[in-house]
Write a protein that binds this ligand. Sequence first.
Ligand code: TIU
Length: 235
Amino acid sequence: MSANGSQSVVTVDAEPYEYEFDPAQTALLIIDMQRDFLEPGGFGEMLGNDVSQLRRTIEPNKVLLAAWRAAGLQVFHTREGHRTDLACLPPAKKIRGRSKTTIGDPGPMGRILVRGEAGHDIIAELYPLPNESVIDKPGKGAFFATDLHAILQNRGIKNLIVTGVTTEVCVNTTVREANDRGYDCLVPSDCAGSYFPEFHEMGLKMIKAQGGIFGWVTHSSKILEAMKAKSLLTA
Ligand code: TIU
């Protein structure tokens, strides 16, 4: 029996203290594991970023996603990008960075961060199944200008395991947005990544500081361990 009195509750060893979730009310939310951010030759690398810092998250995400699917739990994926007519692209976002090549321009894998283009799609290793909702978001946070909150409410979701890239940008923004909407968020550190290791570290510290001001942080092995302890996973 857990602290909240339910037998179905899973308890994960986490920081700043244990994280409890009811699997039926908990979704895995994978943020922006898109080709343009992760693949060599993509937009991220074109901007001079070290994609290996993000690619180390692929394997742990694969394992966690497989476990989540095997347990029959809900999965959501997000993609950062814009309509083909760029109507949802704020002019400020278009020109930010003073780069020669910006969002909407032809890039190494199609038009950069435009929906339907190859680079905008999710990497093959974590490709969504037909029953898994994909949320197309124009901003950094997954709740801004999307139907994510409504979908999560319709599905009875109260807890989110948030993974993906990048830790300090889209993962952090989404966790903050989710927290303000009443969701308890847990971030497995090995399943999130940043082009900048120091931002990854600080991004996680910001989430779990002050008694878990935005949420909890753990390692994916702790989530798997806790699921096995509740017989949600057999292997
Ligand atoms: N998904 C996400 O984090 N979008 C970004 O633009 N991240 C950067 O770190 N640039």
